[in-house]
Design a protein around this ligand. Structure first.
Ligand code: CDP
Length: 293
């Protein structure tokens, strides 16, 4: 299987501007992540309803209290994002020495509050402009922020003033803990900027990729971020995407993440997503990095 992947991967990569524009305009038309990926006071007024994308029978009416936690404007307006590095959390990054290459991008996107400091930085970099924050991490590592909150705030230091994106409106049980995280950040001196994924955008993405033949129960965070990056960035390079258990070149066993070996959720179909990423790489739409830098 790895040989087959490498055959599809191993040719000189050339950016195909026309293919990039074609996919970007399709994504803009069907999902419009540029304007809608993040809940803002502009796109989600008081009184509107947020329908949970993973819990579609449930919805939340936007009260003035919730509305005031939303960021005012579209965070992507006025930014010319020429080069973006999107970092998945795959074990393939261990010892990859890709840190410098990742940090050289103008804009860096990461998934699920990954550790960056000390031994990791050389391999995964440190620069962060957007990082997603899955509420399950808050539950696992910070007791859902029901007790002391300082360890959580301190853990955010690595991400500077990045946008922290919480999928607060995917499952109803994620809302309270995500809001608690946003209040905690606002009440601290952390420069991080908490924002929320728009469930309407996540639903449209899922419908779009279904129509393209990709049908997991839930798109993975990395795949959601790839779709967003393809809309907001001119040039997208991916690191840390390799949902297989052996290294592509040295073939030694890999852990699932570069920082732990937690198993993949059965909701995801990462090999099927990887197949799409490999196709986009071959079509010159994005550049996938496999192996060391
Ligand atoms: O929350 P989720 O399980 O989607 O993500 P994660 O395990 O924190 O990893 C972030 C992203 O990196 C995933 O969503 C995948 O897209 C990608 N990944 C990968 O391609 N190969 C791996 N072995 C692990 C993660």
């Amino acid at each position: 299987m790895i040989d087959k992947i490498k055959q599809r991967y191993n040719h000189t990569w050339i950016k195909q501007e026309e293919n990039c524009l074609k996919l970007r305009s399709k994504l803009r038309r069907k999902c419009n992540g540029f304007d809608t990926a993040i809940v803002t006071q502009e796109n989600t007024p008081i009184g509107s309803r947020l329908v949970y994308d993973a819990d579609w029978k449930k919805n939340l009416r936007v009260t003035p209290k919730i509305f005031h936690v939303f960021t005012k404007e579209n965070p992507f307006v006025g930014k010319k994002l020429r080069t973006c590095a999107l970092v998945g959390n795959g074990g393939i990054l261990t010892d990859s020495k890709c840190g410098k290459s990742i940090d050289s991008a103008e804009f860096v996107l990461r998934c699920n509050l990954p550790p960056l400091k000390s031994d990791y930085q050389e391999h995964v970099g440190i620069k962060t402009d957007i990082v997603t924050a899955n509420p399950s991490i808050l539950l696992r590592k910070y007791e859902s922020l029901m007790n002391r909150r300082r360890p959580f705030v301190e853990s955010l230091q690595s991400y500077g003033n990045a946008l922290l994106v919480f999928p607060a409106f995917s499952y109803s049980f994620n809302t309270e803990v995500s809001l608690r995280a946003a209040y905690t950040i606002e009440d601290s001196d952390s420069p991080a900027q908490p924002v929320f994924f728009n469930p309407g955008y996540l639903r449209n993405l899922s419908i779009f990729w279904r129509s393209e033949g990709l049908k997991p129960r839930r798109l993975s965070t990395g795949f959601i971020m790839t779709s967003l990056a393809l809309e907001i960035c001119d040039h997208v390079e991916l690191y840390g995407f390799w949902p297989f258990s052996n290294h592509p070149y040295e073939l030694y066993p890999l852990s699932n993440h570069y920082y732990d070996d937690m198993k993949v959720s059965p909701m995801h179909a990462m090999p099927a997503e990887f197949n799409v990423l490999l196709k986009l790489h071959s079509e010159g739409v994005l550049k996938l990095h496999l192996g060391n830098c």
